[in-house]
Design a protein around this ligand. Structure first.
Ligand code: ASN
Length: 571
């Protein structure tokens, strides 16, 4: 009987057919189990068709039908069989990868660990060798040994590394400055020092890139104004690392919410010929003539598409077309506004989440918006606890309890007319006057959300004259107001703007006409009303404002990697 006694997994070889393994058992060496994480073992099981049947023993349940390439690794691992007799007979299984990136991934995972994982699951790695990589936050040289704090951006904290002078590169390491990048392999132990649970006892420190004293991020607090000037380096600070992790998780939570609720994600175009808001605040798209271009003969920049095109201000019109076919859809992408606003709430390039729902009215719209905002807040409170605690301590005191309160209590809903009454009776002297028919200014929005309700509030039924052409005229006041809503939240003001859409062809044509917009530019949009029109509603959420809302960050320029605003597109 031939049985496997060794399984040799090594780089640059291929798994051979191993019929003779059928129904034979063998067990792996502890080394193999130790070095391979769960994922590798899963791959191992499925490709070798091996079933684990005790902790370290495996049985081949079916023979392999043909040679297969599995995965590589830099080392060879041995698996011993259970009996002596079996151990005498050697069968080699050659495993490898012709696919280098797969190989890299395998070797990477077997040794490298993110600092976040160490802080969360360090107990399981105690006394084991792990490798971390990152940037030095601080360094203390104590002559015979040195302490480094290394951060890899996976979480706020750095990991303390203890380097003895017996480590080969000690002399170089102790002279490193803040900002240098290193790879450290060592044993993970409980730290006896205060303020951290674990530390790494270095066996090897590799230096990728050192840093001199001109490194603009020193170990002190820098102002956000200063950091905006070094937007390429600011992600290495605690605040910007935390903002970007929360932003990423908010994006993920956004997809989770809509996907779980049956919405279809639509990629609306970035270059468009239609002005969704009808406000004309658009960036024109022109081609730059080059030597070879057919427009080069002394002509200036041209419209590439034969018609004037612009960077989109909103994906709404495209989303409406898809909603009138797929029912519930959403877009999530960049939008552009050529507004000369220098405020803490405006950007020229920002991201917008825009759901659109067929067979929905304004109430459905508000209900969906409330559920969405609550869902993402809850998600962040659960998944980004460390980062939110940080914002609570350093950016907005009481942030966590406020966020919990927003999730728990229903959002208020008041009409625009009621909002105007509240503002008039507030006794406040606003910079901009409050009168029915005027749009609400940020100071009004903030008063309502922050001071009057202390909670997010929907304001609905705005005067038609101050709103966009696509909003549905309200029947109850013969079109004096439209079925629009804004969600106002503390500290930010408007977070969401949405409406029920005008679904009646004749009324929509009339509205375009009254606003001086050319109906023929909207021919395809009008078709949606011409053929099988349905009531539908949607909204747009300014993604950066959402990030500001959940992090407490004051300035919108600090919640997007590279902000675009008038006069600034340096990075
Ligand atoms: N999808 C929306 O309703 C958002 C709206 N088009 C806006 O840009 O404000």
């Amino acid at each position: 009987m031939t049985v496997c006694s060794y399984v040799v997994l090594c780089a640059s070889s291929t798994l051979r057919c191993c019929k003779s393994f059928q129904n034979r058992s063998f067990h792996t060496s502890p080394e193999l189990l130790h070095c391979w994480n769960r994922t590798h073992l899963d791959v191992f099981h499925s490709l070798l068709l091996v079933k684990p049947f005790t902790r370290q023993r495996y049985r081949l349940s079916r023979p392999m039908s043909s040679p297969r390439t599995i995965f590589g690794g830099e080392r060879s691992y041995k698996c011993c069989t259970t009996t002596e007799e079996e151990q005498n007979k050697v069968q080699q299984l050659s495993l490898s990868s012709k696919n280098e990136s797969f190989k890299d991934w395998t070797t990477r995972d077997s040794t490298k660990v993110r600092i976040k994982t160490i802080l969360e699951q360090g107990e399981t790695m105690l006394d084991k060798n792990v490798t971390i990589q990152g940037w030095i936050r601080s360094i203390r040289d104590q002559k015979k040994f040195a302490f480094l704090v290394v951060n890899d951006g996976s979480c706020l904290s750095g990991l303390q590394v203890f380097v003895e002078n017996t480590v080969q590169s000690y002399e170089k390491v102790k002279s490193l400055l803040t900002g240098s990048s290193v790879s450290v392999r060592g044993k993970l132990v409980h730290s006896i020092g205060k303020g951290q649970l674990f530390e790494l006892q270095a066996k090897e420190v590799l230096i990728f890139g050192d840093c001199d004293a001109s490194y603009p991020l020193q170990k002190k607090r820098h102002s956000f104004e200063y950091l905006r000037k070094i937007a390429h380096l600011r992600p290495r600070t605690n605040t910007f690392g935390a903002v970007m992790r929360v932003r990423s998780m908010l994006a993920f939570a956004t997809h989770c919410f809509f996907q779980e609720n049956g919405f279809v994600y639509i990629h609306s175009p970035i270059i468009t010929s239609s002005d969704c808001e009808g406000a004309g605040e658009m960036f024109r798209v022109l081609t730059e003539p080059t030597e070879n271009s057919k427009y080069s003969q002394g002509e200036g920049a041209k419209d590439f598409f034969g018609v004037p095109t612009f960077l989109t201000v909103s994906g709404q019109l495209s989303a409406e077309a898809y909603s009138c076919a797929l029912r519930d859809v959403y877009t999530f992408g960049p939008a552009f506004r050529a507004e000369y606003s220098h405020t803490t709430r405006h950007l020229s390039e920002f991201w917008m989440v825009e759901p659109e729902m067929a067979f929905a009215n304004l109430q459905d719209d508000m209900t969906n918006a409330e559920s969405y905002v609550k869902f993402v807040i809850q998600y962040i409170l659960e998944k980004c606890k460390g980062d939110i605690d940080f914002f609570d301590r350093f950016i907005e005191s009481g942030l966590t309890s406020k966020l919990y309160k927003y999730v728990e209590k229903p959002f208020a809903r008041i009409s625009y007319s009621e909002a105007v009454d509240i503002l008039k009776k507030s006794g406040k002297s606003f910079q901009f006057p409050v009168s029915w028919g005027e749009d609400l200014a940020t100071e009004h929005e903030r008063y309502l959300a922050e001071e009057y309700f202390g909670h997010p509030v929907f304001v609905y039924n705005y005067p038609a004259a101050i709103k966009a052409f696509y909003m549905r005229n309200n029947d109850h006041d013969s079109g004096k107001t439209v079925a629009a809503m804004d969600l106002l939240v503390p500290r930010i003001g408007e977070l969401i703007g949405g409406s029920e859409r005008e679904d009646r062809l004749d009324v929509l044509e009339q509205k375009l006409h009254e606003l001086g917009l050319e109906a023929e530019n909207y021919w395809w949009y009008l078709d949606l009303r011409r053929f099988g029109s349905v009531p539908h509603a949607g909204y747009g959420l300014g993604f950066e404002r959402l990030v500001q809302f959940v992090t407490g960050m004051e300035n919108i320029r600090d919640v997007i990697p590279f902000p675009r605003f008038p006069g600034s597109a340096e990075f």
